[in-house]
Design a protein around this ligand. Sequence first.
Ligand code: KG4
Ligand code: ZN
Length: 340
Amino acid sequence: MILGIETSCDETAVAVLDDDGSVRINLIASQIERHQPFGGVVPEIASREHLQHLFPLITRALTDAKLSWKDVERIAVTAGPGLIGALLVGVAGAQGLAYGLGLPLVPVNHLEGHIFSPYLQREGASIALPERFLSLVVSGGHSSIYDVRRGIITMLNRTRDDAIGETFDKVAKFIGLPYPGGPQIEKHANGGRIDRKRFHFAMPQFNEKSADFSYSGIKAGAIRLAREHGISATGDPQLLADFCATFQEALIDQLFDRLEVIWSQLETPRPTEVAVAGGVAANTAVRERLSAWAAKREVIVRLPEKRYCTDNAAMIAFAALQKPEGATDPRRVSARSRVQ
Ligand code: KG4
Ligand code: ZN
């Protein structure tokens, strides 16, 4: 069995998985309420909350799953990227445990955790990884499309400025919606009959036909429209709904515009599966669009369960299982805020 630990941002998370990838237990202590008064994650508060919650959560995970330390053979921990002070709590905790118990430690790249998470489907079983799949990672910190072959990950594009989740969050904050903004925008976007012509967002394009994302233009456009029309969380609900729906659609349109460019550039045979991961993968419109996109191209679509979209430790332990050679002496592991 493998114990997974994730503390890269604002969720303290612990999970235990069997070696075949089935999830014994997956616990998350969310700090969202502690950060909400500030409209975003405060790194110092995040570190302190992780310190307070990590060890009680590990104890609870073992107790609730009716396991003891004797059952744990390996520990996996997010080593980066993320907030350095937050990562350090998880890494130092995992190092201490692994060293003290004489267990190997597997440092895991947080992004790899997200990339493989669509294959962690049900409690009790996971789907075997295919030879190859296309992965869309859409989170608060990252927006990228990857080609994953036999577990080897090649980045096909990236965002040149903001990540998609970050854009949801910043615009939501501007109009007075609570953090995190993505689910809030989604909730208001589904509020009744929507006038899709009331607001217009331009699709940003680069001259050289690059497949890179750029979300800062949509963010600036949204803030300008919100200011001009006086859109706010406490204002006219219909105006708010129309704004949230068209803004969300503009973000998603760009995702699919770039996916199409990448798809057209991929040599045949192309991947036969497409997967989406990260917090924004919890968005119903994103899931529906990807399902429709995949059906049209006769490609299998993999959507992670919503609890595995946002940060969790099951995905960290699962990613470690894909790399058996990653286990190392716990003293050699270090936290890194940026990872290439
Ligand atoms: O993957 P995640 O938990 O953390 C990072 O690694 O970044 O992603 C968090 C992001 C936030 O920006 C949040 O607003 C967004 O995911 N998010 C959503 C939804 N749920 C979470 N965005 C749009 N629609 C949602 N339902
Ligand atoms: Zn994440």
